[in-house]
Design a protein around this ligand. Sequence first.
Ligand SMILES: Cc1cc2nc3c(=O)[nH]c(=O)nc-3n(C[C@H](O)[C@H](O)[C@H](O)COP(=O)(O)OP(=O)(O)OC[C@H]3O[C@@H](n4cnc5c(N)ncnc54)[C@H](O)[C@@H]3O)c2cc1C
Ligand code: SF4
Length: 512
Amino acid sequence: MTVLRVILADQLSARLDIVAGAEKGRDVFLLAELVSEATVVPHHVKKIAFLFSAMRHFAEALRSVGHVVRYVALQDDGNSQSLDGEILRATEALRPSRVAITEPGEWRLSEMLDGLRLALAVPLDILPDTRFLCSHAEFALWADGKRELRMEYFYREMRRRHGVLMEPDGTPTGGRWNYDAENRKPPKAGLDSPRRISFRKDAITLEVLDLVGRRFAENYGRLEQFHFAVTRQQALRELEHFIADILPSFGDYQDAMVAGEPYLRHSLLAPYINAGLLYPLEVCQRAEAAYRDGRAPLNAVEGFIRQILGWREYVRGIYWRFMPGYLDNNALDAKEPLPWFYWSGETHMSCMREAFAHTFDHAYSHHIQRLMITGNFALLAGIDPKAVHEWYLAVYADAYEWVEAPNTIGMALHADGGLMASKPYAASGNYIKRMSNFCDGCVYDPSVSVGERACPFNALYWDFLARQRQRFSRNARMPYVYANWDKMGPDKQTALRRQAEMHRIAMREGRL
Ligand SMILES: Cc1cc2nc3c(=O)[nH]c(=O)nc-3n(C[C@H](O)[C@H](O)[C@H](O)COP(=O)(O)OP(=O)(O)OC[C@H]3O[C@@H](n4cnc5c(N)ncnc54)[C@H](O)[C@@H]3O)c2cc1C
Ligand code: SF4
């Protein structure tokens, strides 16, 4: 009897049980391009094009090995444009004995499946997503009973469990778990992005680009210069290119930012890992092999692996443990609406303008730009976490709620009250000046805190700390900042807080 096997846009992995367990000639795969999913938030057009093209190529790959595929394209007659609608339609047309699907990455879809189960006339099997290296049960086992859920300890356990960068005697390779202290170099003069490979667009991708350009003209982002890998083979070439040419200097400049250089030494692999074209463990193993063969230094390899084996698995664990309430977190009572310049990119702050330009053009900006520029600004200015979350979910090619929400609400905005981060990632213009060359071309001056040329990050930083004093003054990692604030005396403090209010007014009026 036929099993209808549903594959979601971010589950394009042949090793998942949903594919590996299929019987050729008996089972039918369902993949569907859906307006409802493409417009939950106004997703970047490059992300939509990447996923539609990767889905169409994945369907071709399944067909080429003898599987039957029901592919519902966006413009197909009868497309109900919703996931439950398409599963019900396929069930009526094909009369399968069961429906199977891999657990979705998002709470919203998981709830939808609970409702669908009642509407379906046949059983619905929900299979675990075995691409992740820490199952829900394993995360619960680690987290249960702990007062604090610190990533660093989770990461060590993951290293041990998966034998990554471990020695036979059970010690971490190189004698230390973490080489982060070596990974925070400011940009050196002339630091640029090495040339990246890109792929010739085939007929499938060209058709998708045309479709997305017409159908999602109102969505965010620039569609031109589409460079994404859209098949597993292409994603593997991206991985090999990164390991051979870029990984050796990944660590040193991981936190650096340079105007006009969106990528620097970052891997650009997140869209492929998140959509299923690459497996997280294989990516970590390829990086480890580069270290063992003497092709990349340990600080780079450990730093890279920590992001995937540590942070990526950890945020997924946090998401599922604390949903559905996680999205409503607002521990710092931040209420400002999201300034329009997050969408338009029109601001005088050159660091923000730079991050917005990368985002609009490439559906990308690297971690430190997300955390310490656009995230830091939202934290300091007190912008409503839900609005910030919706922006991050919309604008990046790698954005999925399970990974984006903890990074935004927890890491960048501290809105979960410190569940993820022991101290807020708040920084003044000084940090941005040290780690980038953005200030060189700015109308504001990072060394000025009050007056016309005052860098907005400065007064907003002190105002944030003053507003949140009750919460943070007892934080063991922050007494020195409050000692500095107290040393300023009342006149300077009042001037800074007035200046912060002026920045907020300018922000609301679109003049900042
Ligand atoms: C506010 C904010 C929102 C974010 N939203 C997303 C998102 O929607 N999707 C997403 O994949 N990442 C998100 N991140 C994490 C990180 O910024 C991106 O994974 C990274 O920038 C992707 O670029 P890259 O592939 O070049 O990463 P690299 O810098 O090369 O890092 C290597 C890999 O490590 C993983 N990784 C790195 N940092 C993190 C992290 N903090 N959490 C989870 N995985 C990580 C990614 O798979 C990435 O491909 C967010 C970070 C912040 C601060
Ligand atoms: S001066 Fe301030 S606003 Fe301008 S780029 Fe530097 S940090 Fe950003």
